[in-house]
Design a protein around this ligand. Structure first.
Ligand code: AHM
Ligand code: MG
Length: 332
């Protein structure tokens, strides 16, 4: 267990996100206050989506909207709503010049060419769980733009590679709503206190256990996995590991980061590059994995070292406790 520093002990019980950001601002990269404001904007978007998610069963906003996203998957109404809300919050916030989203093929320009940041996001991940009251999540990744301020952003701003992220995180809409993020000095989680309308620091300096006994993958694809992955799954069974798979990446990742475990989305016969998207699913979670002492690989090297080639590219993904990820990687 991490030893408490004098600064830890000085923190009052119930630190709000705002206060935490204010206190740690000097530790942020590009500590000008803009990134702090951007995190506040993301938190606000999270609260708005949280409200929509909680109302989903009450008003007729869940269910397919009849369109499909660029990957050809049925788009749920709530995905569309979350996408619109998130984009609007970032536009209004003014810190972001451009966004890429799982729900949009092209770069979205916010109209704020003076914004210093670009954001890659999956506004509502876990689409198969939206309609059935199971945890879903928002994932985000933040870069400092590389193109000149005052000009329109370009694809170059999004093609910097995972190690250039200045912040990343997710909001998990589960049994409670939690915002988890890192700006490069550890990972912290803030639980939404609905009655106060505030995110309160609830998971300080999250550390992913070095080893674990939980494995998370879609066992239904077993026959389509390569032999080494099949062998790993058999070993997990022999070792009496627990199989836990929600089918919402954020939920599976969150549990494994807290309890120790590994999440796997290997190549399958159907999806030879895996299913998950590098820029707005794997990079941000890999950033959090490393920041919490865990690991994330595509089976060969660190996810954060993969050179991006296109906005919506996919990659195999193995992430969680270091020893478990290394065990898999050694077999591939
Ligand atoms: P989505 O972006 O359409 O929601 O897909 C991503 C989700 C992940 O949250 C989850 O881990 C995975 O897809 C589940 O896929 P599968 O149903 O193939 O196991
Ligand atoms: Mg997704």
């Amino acid at each position: 267990m991490a030893t408490k520093t004098a600064q830890d002990l000085a923190l009052p019980v119930g630190v709000t996100l705002d206060r935490f950001i204010m206190r740690s601002q000097s530790a942020f990269p590009y500590a000008t206050g803009d990134l702090s404001q951007l995190l506040r904007d993301i938190a606000l978007a999270g609260k708005i989506i949280d409200r929509e998610v909680n109302r989903a069963g009450l008003v007729d906003i869940s269910g397919g909207v009849g369109t499909s996203n660029i990957q050809g998957e049925a788009q749920q109404k709530l995905d569309v709503v979350a996408n619109i809300r998130f984009i609007r919050a970032l536009k209004n916030g003014g810190e972001v010049c451009a966004i890429i989203s799982e729900e949009d093929e092209e770069i979205i320009y916010t109209g704020n060419d003076n914004g210093k940041y670009v954001v890659a996001m999956d506004p509502l991940d876990g689409s198969s769980n939206i309609d059935v009251n199971v945890s879903i999540g928002t994932i985000f990744s933040i870069y400092h733009r590389v193109t000149p301020i005052g000009t329109p952003a370009t694809i170059e701003d999004f093609m910097q590679g995972g190690r250039k992220q200045v912040g990343a995180g997710y909001i998990l809409y589960g049994s409670s709503t939690i915002l988890v993020f890192s700006t490069g000095s550890g990972v912290n989680g803030f639980t939404h206190e609905h009655s106060l309308g505030e995110f309160i620091l609830s998971h300080k300096n999250i550390r992913c256990p070095l080893d674990g006994k939980i494995y998370s993958l879609n066992d239904g694809y077993y026959d389509g996995f390569q032999a080494s992955v099949q062998e790993y799954v058999l070993d997990c069974r022999r070792r009496d590991y627990s199989a836990r798979y929600i089918g919402s990446l954020v939920g599976d990742f969150h549990r494994n980061m807290l309890k120790g475990g590994v999440y796997l989305y290997p190549p399958t016969q159907k999806d030879p590059n895996g299913k998950l998207r590098l820029l707005y699913e794997c990079y941000p979670l890999a950033f959090l994995a490393e920041q919490s002492g865990g690991r994330a690989t595509d089976g060969y090297g660190d996810i954060l070292d993969i050179e991006p080639k296109s906005l919506h590219q996919r990659t195999p993904f193995y992430t969680g406790s270091v020893r478990m990820v290394e065990d898999i990687q050694a077999r591939l």
